[in-house]
Ligand binder design. Structure first.
Ligand code: SER
Length: 310
């Protein structure tokens, strides 16, 4: 087994490569990213995933059998340059899918997002098959990507598996350019005894997930028997939903003097277009998904782990 991870230096990639190495051995994981990852221990390749020739070369050189394609431009950054975001997110996915067919890759993981939903989907308990009308270029790219993943499964039998992640909250790495990033930044400010300026309204409820749950879900969907993967676009995944006001209240139990001011910007419009909570019944039923972390458990972990890093 040889696993190639693209975007290995990103928020999810940083933690996922560590978990994959722990599980399958250091030599089974090839981390790749468009820039070097400082201090990375293990096999690493510089890779621009939009470059098909480079991807092909790396897959062949390492006899890769599985690809986790995490490289992408997220929602808030995506709005700064929509066409480039579409190009990067889709071109890299096409490369991964096509190289996987050409080189007989056994399994591919493609992360999607709750950003595939738009204003038409119900806000609360949004179901797997709710209408998809994303209004961000990131969401459009993920919704299209999911359908391309399904196309490659149906047309070529490629075993592509996918999760619609909520906003991921973790202490090991920083997110880059997403709308849900505030829920990581807020903990860093709290433990540094600084005030936090929140770019969302205090009542902006969004689906989130603690990193440990997010990584476990990824490993579990990839390990499930093929016959159990019934959704070939992407599975809804729920962790915990909360507002900036609620996460602040949970932090105040640890840092009673912590202060948050609210100055909503363009990211509030993105948040307004997304669900507040997600129904993930198909993931629970098909591959036994169940989250472990609620808001209080997440806050406890975030604060104690960040304090250790001080
Ligand atoms: N966390 C991502 C973002 O905010 C959503 O998938 O862009």
């Amino acid at each position: 087994m040889k696993i190639l991870v693209t975007g290995a230096g990103g928020q999810l990639g940083t933690v996922l490569t560590t978990s994959l190495k722990e599980k399958y051995g250091k030599n089974a994981v090839i981390a790749s990213d468009i820039v070097k990852i400082d201090g990375y221990e293990g096999i690493f390749e510089l890779l621009d995933a939009t470059d098909e020739a480079s991807l092909t070369k790396i897959v062949a050189a390492h006899n890769v059998t599985e690809i986790y394609h995490l490289a992408a431009i997220l929602s808030a950054n995506g709005e700064k340059n929509p066409i480039q975001t579409w190009d990067v997110n889709l071109k890299s996915l096409f490369n991964v899918l096509q190289v996987s067919v050409n080189q007989k890759i056994e399994k591919v993981f493609f992360p999607s997002s709750i950003a595939v939903y738009g204003p038409t989907a119900p806000k609360i308990d949004t179901k797997q098959d709710a209408y998809l009308d994303p209004t961000t270029v990131y969401g459009i790219s993920k919704a299209a990507g999911e359908h391309w993943a399904q196309y490659y499964f149906l047309r070529y039998g490629l075993d592509v598996r996918s999760i619609r992640y909520p906003g991921v909250v973790g202490y090991q790495s920083l997110p880059g350019g997403g709308t849900t990033d505030y829920a990581v930044d807020i903990y860093h400010k709290a433990i540094n005894n600084e005030d936090f300026t929140c770019y969302l309204r205090e009542d902006a409820c969004l689906p989130m997930i603690y990193i440990e749950d997010a990584i476990r879900a990824t490993l579990e969907i990839m390990e499930a028997p093929k016959s159990q993967i019934k959704v070939r676009t992407s599975y809804n995944l729920a962790g915990v939903s909360f507002t900036p006001k609620e996460i602040t209240a949970s932090i105040l139990k640890w840092y009673p003097d912590f202060k948050v001011v609210y100055t909503p910007d363009f990211r509030q419009n993105i948040a307004d277009s997304w669900p507040a909570s997600i129904n993930d019944n198909p993931a629970r039923k098909d591959w036994n998904w169940k989250p472990n972390y609620d808001l209080e458990a997440m806050t406890k972990e975030m604060i104690t782990q960040l304090q250790k890093q001080e």
